[in-house]
Each structure stands twice: as C-alpha cells, then as structure tokens.
Design a protein around this ligand. Structure first.
Ligand code: ADP
Ligand code: ADP
Length: 228
C-alpha cells in the first residue's frame, strides 16, 4: 500500500498542447479515488504519468513521500488494469496470471509463484478455470484474469483505466460489485479512471472531477451532490 501525492503536476505534449494544467491531489494509503470527466479532459494522461508511461512536464509526483518523477514504471511498483485486457491467447489462465511474476526473472521461486497465483484466483473465483485458455472464457472471466494479473504482483497501488467500458451493461454491474469487494478486501490504494457516472458515484471513497486538464472538484460521492 502507498500514498500517492500530486503536487502541481503539469503535462505539455511535444506538440505544445497542455493536457494537464497543474493538478494537486493527495491520495491516502488504502484510499479508492475515482477520476471522472468527459473524453479528452486528461484522465488517461494523468494516470499514465502516475504509472510512469508518460513523462511529467512540471510539478512533483510522490509515492510514499518519495519523488518518483524520474523513476521507470517497474521501479514504481504500481499495477495497471487496462480496458483492453490483452491476455495472451496461447497461455492458460494460470500462466496469464503468473506472467508478471515470471517477467521478474528469478525474483520468485516456483512455489511462491504458485501460492500467489492461487491466492489471486481464489479471490477472483477463477480456481476452476486455471487450465483454460482466454478464448473459452466469458467477458467477465477474462476481465477477472486481467485483474488477477494486477493483484498477483501485490503492488503498492492499482490503477484502472476504464476497465469496464467494453463490457455489456449487466456484466459491468457485476464487475463493479466485484471491484468494490476486491478493493475493500485488499485495501490497496486505487485510482480508477472512468467517464461512467454510476461507477463514479458508487465505487470510490472520493471522486475527483477533471475538466480541460484542471481539477474542478474533489469530494465524497455524496458531497458531489451536496455542493452548490
Ligand atoms: P481522456 O483520458 O480524459 O479522454 P486524454 O488524457 O487521453 O483524455 O487526453 C487529454 C488531451 O490531451 C486530449 O485533448 C488529447 O487529444 C490530448 N493528447 C493526448 N495524448 C496526446 C499526445 N500524445 N500528443 C498531443 N496531445 C495529446
Ligand atoms: P483515451 O481517451 O482512452 O485516452 P484516445 O483515443 O484519446 O484514448 O488516445 C489513444 C492514444 O492516442 C493514447 O496513447 C494517446 O496518448 C494518443 N493520443 C490521443 N490524442 C492524441 C493527439 N492529439 N496526438 C497524438 N496522440 C494522441
């Protein structure tokens, strides 16, 4: 678990366009923060700067009070879940979940990998499907495998980029419940990007509303309604 602090964070793209205009945000250890706003307001840019896929132009990003602006993604120890879950079709569910651990080449023994994969798959109710291939799974099961890949690393925080936007309405509802339960169980710091109002109002401890690269409001889901 970790705190994440953004201190006047700015992103100007090489073409001169400033997509993020000086954001201040303190995310507490274990907190679940929703980042919401219309398409193009800078949500993905912000998330990608936190995870390290995009350089920060100005300002400071701190994880557990350590400045990480210049740290490579792998040294930030955060786990990202994308909307296109990009599973490896030729690998089983087990091997898809184990994959991030195998990438660390020798950091984990085969026993440790096995324990972690089984812990993740129990949490996600995938135990019965470990030997199956992604093509034979339902959309929800595939999304769970993608989440398994994130949680198996036992990273400091989860970053979700519109993870449910490719699912149908019913499945989206189920996965929403699933993500809320998982976050409560693991109590891992979470930043969740969405443009879906229902997700924004039901999932998080706090909602940060972004508009044209600026933070318009930060409040509890209830507080968003109460404000004038
Ligand atoms: P969101 O995730 O909220 O839809 P993005 O963070 O993807 O928004 O984009 C924010 C703004 O930055 C948009 O106006 C987009 O066109 C622009 N943008 C994103 N990526 C780049 C880039 N590589 N170069 C220039 N502008 C970009
Ligand atoms: P999202 O809204 O989910 O961020 P987009 O379709 O806006 O998705 O962006 C997809 C990809 O294209 C991202 O990698 C983003 O950085 C890039 N991109 C978006 N807008 C621009 C732009 N104006 N110039 C260059 N790249 C862009």
């Amino acid at each position: 678990m970790a705190s994440i602090t953004l201190d006047n964070v700015v992103k100007t793209y090489p073409d001169g366009f400033t997509a993020v205009k000086g954001i201040d945000l303190d995310i507490a250890d274990g907190e679940f923060v929703i980042l919401v706003g219309p398409s193009g307001c800078g949500k993905s840019t912000l998330l990608r700067m936190i995870v390290g896929l995009e350089d920060i132009t100005d300002g400071e990003l701190r994880i557990d009070d350590v400045v990480v602006n210049d740290k490579a993604p792998r040294d930030r120890d955060l786990a990202m879940v994308f909307q296109n879950y990009a599973l490896y079709p030729h690998l089983t569910v087990y091997e898809n979940i184990a994959f991030p651990l195998r990438l660390t080449k020798g950091k984990f023994t085969e026993d440790e990998i096995d324990q972690r994969v089984r812990r993740a798959s129990t949490l996600l109710e995938l135990d019965e499907h470990l030997e199956r291939k992604p093509a034979n799974l339902s959309g929800g099961q595939r999304q769970r495998v993608a989440m398994g890949r994130a949680i198996v690393r036992e990273a400091k925080a989860f970053l979700f980029d519109e993870p449910l936007s490719n699912l149908d309405a019913k499945l989206r509802g189920q996965m929403r419940t699933e993500i809320a339960r998982l976050q409560r169980t693991l109590a891992t710091t979470t930043v969740y990007v969405t443009h879906d109002q229902t997700e924004a109002m039901t999932l998080g401890d706090r909602v940060a509303v972004l508009r044209r690269g600026e933070l318009q409001q930060v409040a509890s889901p209830r507080g968003l309604y109460d404000q004038p």
